[in-house]
Design a protein around this ligand. Structure first.
Ligand code: C2E
Ligand code: CA
Ligand code: CA
Length: 593
């Protein structure tokens, strides 16, 4: 048999995913019938793999497969024709076969032929005596072989259609992409992924309106998409609330993207007022036969996520955005492990200076992450990712626990510091947060007055009322609250009056800009004056040079932090720094490190 033809035949067999699957009664029934019609003890549905005959169904045989070599079923598969051997011992080829050696004399096999004309193997009957077969018997064998094929196709289709929408599913999509790669290699195409709604929206919808309602939405969406695509293009249902389809070959990309916006419009009209969905479409350009099917699906999915940030809700896949996502995704999943592993995370402490007395009055705890493979990861990279997830709470929990434990050690050693701890917007949304902080203070026997929580202006602005209430409880309990990165958010100064904080940290970008000239200095000076008028103490961040320090002093700024005084450092290093720099002020560090 021609090699290429055999490869195509094997490919057809493999794509059916039949080999090495469990036996099934629907095949066994047919096999039994074949054995009864011939009155013979042995019958099998025998599939011809590269070098074995594997039995999907068998009667009177104890093993699951036999070698392909000199197996009559292989001849059936190779010729796609019926084979009848009245006596194996009389046959020049099969006389020396394994079967003959085991006492088999009679063989009849009908081809299991697919619609495309590939033979997968045979439905066969075997006997231990030589015999003839009547035309009636052979016709029955052929009919039964066709029934086996119908059963195979039926099972295959079942695994390929989504029962809810009736559309071909993800498996079918991937398979059709693979076929496209074979049939039209090198062709440039666009794959689209329609993502019906954000996870939270679906969760809410499910909770409020129930699963049946969600099913109805998915069914409607399927109709909308098939309606938009027309009869000759296929829509696939690739995940519970995701659909995919291909653009026709050689479309004008820009015009096509515009038409997608129109398709999205149909969804907007349908979602109604009971359930708000933010449906987005991701577009993945790919080259048939070069981009793997799963990569097409994954990139289209990534583009659909990006689309949520675009006003049109349609986005074309970009390599750069994708590798960023992949890195973020990795950091996020690995951060969960880091929290459990404990030895990857640590805290560095950066001193804070009182500008009037020039003494160190406090330190800010800053998280550090040494990733086992990627090395040091900057908090500026992973905090914004973690902050948006449920991991924000365990992260802050770990920081608080570790920082307060250190503070307790310092206090025991007679080192009097106020420790600043950064918290996220997500923490403030957790109704148990204020209580958690108070419990940790008790656990480590640390006075609330020695702890300051830093919250960014934008974190408070996300939910002013909620954040103020939560921070109010903490201020009541005696903690300090600082507004971090002040000037970078969009709050109006009028808000400052209402916030529970009593310390304001001017963002380092303003401090750095002072060197540029008068305007920049005037800006800081007025920030400081205004903050003072409202009763805040002011901290300048990012002081790197002596001029900056001098200006801040001249402007009446209260405290400062920056590389000029000290970088973030380990607790041991901070002790050394305190002793060498301020030996007059502090007790012994040796006991506290
Ligand atoms: P941040 O709260 O504004 O912290 C100050 C950042 O500025 C720190 O960066 C610090 O190392 C850096 N810095 C201090 N002095 C200077 C200076 O003179 N010049 C310059 N160029 N930089 C200076 P770091 O440690 O990389 O932290 C970055 C951000 O990550 C922090 O900004 C904070 O928003 C966040 N972060 C760090 N640790 C935690 C944490 O434990 N929890 C939370 N929620 N966020 C944290
Ligand atoms: Ca901070
Ligand atoms: Ca800051």
């Amino acid at each position: 048999m021609h090699d290429m033809q055999e490869e195509a035949r094997l490919d057809a067999l493999y794509r059916l995913n039949l080999l090495d699957t469990a036996p099934s009664e629907s095949f066994d029934r047919i096999t039994r019938m074949a054995s009864q019609i011939f009155g013979l003890p042995i019958a099998a549905v025998s599939l011809t793999d590269r070098d074995r005959q594997w039995f999907k169904s068998r009667v009177g045989v104890s093993h699951w497969s036999i070698p392909r070599e000199k197996a009559p079923c292989a001849q059936v598969a190779e010729s796609a024709a019926t084979v009848l051997i009245p006596d194996l011992l009389e046959d020049s080829c099969y006389r020396t076969s394994n079967l003959a050696a085991q006492g088999v004399r009679f063989y009849a096999g009908a081809s299991l032929t697919t619609r495309e004309g590939y033979s997968l193997g045979a439905l066969c009957v075997l006997g231990t005596e030589p015999r003839e077969a009547t035309a009636l018997e052979m016709n029955a064998l052929d009919d039964l072989a066709k029934m086996v094929m119908a059963q195979i196709e039926l099972q295959h289709a079942f695994g390929r259609l989504d029962p809810l929408s009736g559309l071909p599913n993800r498996t079918q999509f991937l398979e059709d992409l693979a076929d496209l790669g074979r049939d039209r290699p090198g062709e440039r195409r666009l794959a689209m992924l329609v993502d019906l709604a954000r996870h939270e929206q679906l969760d809410n919808g499910l909770r409020v309106m129930g699963a049946a309602f969600l099913d109805q939405i998915v069914r409607e969406a399927a109709r909308t998409i098939t309606g938009a695509l027309g009869r000759d293009r296929t829509a696939y249902h690739v995940a519970a609330t995701q659909f995919a389809f291909l653009a026709p070959p050689e479309v004008d990309e820009q015009a096509y993207l515009a038409s997608l916006v129109e398709i999205l419009g149909r969804f907007a009209n349908r979602s109604g007022d009971r359930f708000i969905m933010a449906t987005s479409i991701g577009v993945a350009p790919f080259v048939a036969g070069e981009t793997t099917p799963s990569a097409v699906l994954r990139t289209a999915h990534s583009a659909a996520q990006d689309a949520r940030g675009s006003p049109s809700m349609v986005s074309i896949y970009s390599q750069a955005a994708d590798s960023l996502h992949q890195r973020r995704f990795r950091l996020l999943s690995d951060f969960g492990k880091a929290l459990a592993a404990k030895d990857q995370l640590s805290l560095a402490y950066q001193p804070r200076i009182d500008l009037a007395t020039r003494r160190c009055v406090g330190a800010e705890a800053l998280i550090r992450w040494r990733h086992p493979q990627l090395g040091e990861i900057s908090p500026a990279e992973f905090i914004p990712v973690v902050e948006q997830t449920a991991l924000a709470n365990p992260m802050t929990g770990w920081v608080l626990d570790t920082a307060l434990e250190q503070l307790a050690r310092w206090q025991k050693a007679g080192i009097d510091l106020c420790l600043s701890i950064n918290i996220s917007a997500t923490n403030l949304k957790d109704p148990g947060f204020a209580q958690q902080v108070q419990l940790l203070l008790l656990k480590h026997r640390v006075r609330a007055q020695s702890v300051e929580l830093e919250v960014t202006e934008s974190a408070i602005m996300e939910d002013v009322a909620g954040a103020s209430a939560q921070l109010g409880v903490l201020v009541e309990a005696g903690l300090q609250v600082a507004i971090d990165d002040f000037g970078t958010g969009h709050s109006s100064l009028a808000y400052l009056q209402k916030l529970p904080g009593n310390i304001l940290k001017i963002d380092q970008s303003f401090v750095g800009d002072m060197v540029r000239g008068d305007r920049e200095q005037t800006l800081i000076r007025s920030m400081i004056t205004l903050a003072h008028d409202l009763g805040y103490r002011v901290v300048g961040e990012g002081v790197e040079r002596v001029e900056m320090h001098d200006w801040l002093v001249a402007m009446g700024c209260d405290e400062a932090q920056g590389y000029l005084y000290g970088r973030p450092m380990s607790p041991e290093a901070l002790c050394g720094w305190l002793e060498s720099d301020r030996s007059d002020q502090f007790g012994s560090c040796a006991a506290a490190a």
